[in-house]
Design a protein around this ligand. Structure first.
Ligand SMILES: Cc1ncc(COP(=O)(O)O)c(C=O)c1O
Length: 429
């Protein structure tokens, strides 16, 4: 399995994209690209490791309808964490039974809508469960329900994306509410699933497995406890969430999803025997390495012993990188104005900065790259997930054009057109 799209592949695809009628070279100073073959391969790989699971891809990583429609044909589902994401999933044609709705703040209206459609609902809290109890009093539904459990196994390396500390704003903490959770499965026959999501990035495989195993042991015990009273396996659905990390460094070994599968199979065998209907919610590990961004160098500025290359994206596209550079990394490369690898091998140190008017809009400091000239393209690697989906409207920045390519760049398609100033005008009305 290829883990990074090599620069040689990018420089094969980019010239054709630059010359294609899909972009206007003068205006499209930034192009976000998806390698669609890579993306499909990635999904097939995940499906091969967890063949019987519903892979509800986390739309928060990549909500682009054209991308979602392409991957839908592989049989995946969609995880929606907000009502608009639910709307996107529905409009992309995902069947309700393949849509999973997670959010800690679902309103009564949103819950009713999801119940009418028969969407899988992961309940975040006992307060939300009480609302559902009320809603179910006067309607029948095809929805299935899971309860989100916080396995409380400690945080990962990145605090803001960790959700399994003793306190988390998500889910019901297992250690404190073990009895209440069990009682809920006793009391409500419609509650047939569990859900956990450990965090996004920053958790090693062992810790991911530890979280799933803790909930798995609890579920097995609860099912045994309930077996005397009801039919076997009251809890039938096991949603392990997403959170599988990727590497953003081309020279580092990526975390092994095969190892994750192997350890899960050893510690939670029932997830692989058909005993449970397994759901995953992978986002980052599906989309991130499938995308890259090319942004044209507008200016080179040299002073205070620093050479600064000014490009056309910054914290608008890579918010986490700019605000928390210690936690979030991207590799950068430089291609010439035609998208070709630069022949010059003299490396110099550069700061790569975005166009926004605040000083923290710096994507990279002191990185060594071949000599950069205005008109060259800075390639930001691994921008397929949690980048465009986190686009910031500060300074009324226009979302760049998004292009998908396949067959090593021989085939290209428009995934999203560049926004115009008029679009921004309407956005703020
Ligand atoms: C509930 C839930 N599921 C799935 C995901 C996707 O995680 P990842 O993209 O790391 O796989 C997230 C991300 O924060 C999440 O909160």
């Amino acid at each position: 399995m290829l883990h990074h799209i090599p620069l040689t592949t990018i420089s094969t695809a980019l010239p054709g994209i630059l010359d294609s009628p899909l972009i206007q070279k003068s205006r499209d100073n930034t192009i976000i690209c998806y390698d669609l073959d890579y993306l499909k391969e990635r999904i097939l790989y995940i499906q091969s490791l967890f063949p019987n699971a519903l892979h509800a891809l986390a739309l928060k990583a990549c909500p682009l309808p054209k991308v979602l429609k392409i991957v839908k044909s592989l049989g995946v589902g969609a995880e929606a964490a907000t009502f608009p994401e639910l709307y996107i999933a529905e409009n992309c044609g995902f069947a309700p039974r393949k849509i999973v709705f997670d959010s800690p703040a679902k309103t009564t209206g949103e819950l009713s809508y999801a119940l009418d459609l028969g969407i899988h609902l992961n309940i975040d809290s006992f307060s939300e469960m009480n609302r559902i109890i009320d809603l179910l009093k006067n309607r029948s539904t095809r929805s299935r329900f899971g309860l989100r459990i916080n396995p409380q196994i400690g945080q990962g390396k990145i605090a803001i994306t960790s959700t399994t500390g003793d306190y988390s704003k998500f889910g019901v903490p297992i250690d404190e509410f073990c009895e209440e959770i069990r009682q809920a499965f006793y009391d409500y026959p419609w509650l047939t699933g569990v859900h956990l999501h450990i965090g996004s990035q920053g958790y090693p495989v062992d810790q991911l497995v530890q979280g799933v195993q803790k909930v798995y042991n609890f579920v097995e015990e609860t099912n045994r406890w309930l077996a005397g009273k009801f039919t076997k396996n009251r809890i039938k659905i096991f949603d392990i969430g997403g959170g599988f990390p990727v590497t953003y460094h081309k020279d580092r070994e990526p975390p092994s999803m095969e190892l994750y599968r192997d350890q899960l199979r050893q510690k939670c065998p029932g997830l692989f025997t058909g005993k449970y209907r397994v759901i995953t919610e992978f986002g980052r590990s599906v989309f991130t390495n499938a995308g890259w961004t090319a942004s044209r160098v507008e200016y080179i500025k040299e002073y205070c012993n620093t050479i600064t290359a000014v490009i056309h994206v910054g914290a608008d596209l890579l918010m986490r990188r700019c605000y928390f550079p210690q936690d979030w990394h991207h590799d950068f490369s430089v291609l010439d104005s035609h998208g070709m690898i630069k022949k010059c091998h003299r490396l110099r140190k550069y700061n790569i900065v975005g166009p926004l008017c605040f000083s923290g809009d710096i994507l990279a400091r002191d990185i060594e790259l071949p000599e950069i000239n205005p008109g060259d393209y800075i390639i930001i690697h691994d921008t397929g997930g949690y980048t465009l989906s986190m686009w910031s409207r500060h300074l009324s920045r226009q979302i760049p054009v998004v292009i998908g390519y396949s067959d090593n760049g021989k085939k290209r398609q428009l995934l999203k057109r560049r926004e115009t100033p008029e679009d921004l005008w309407h956005f703020w009305q």
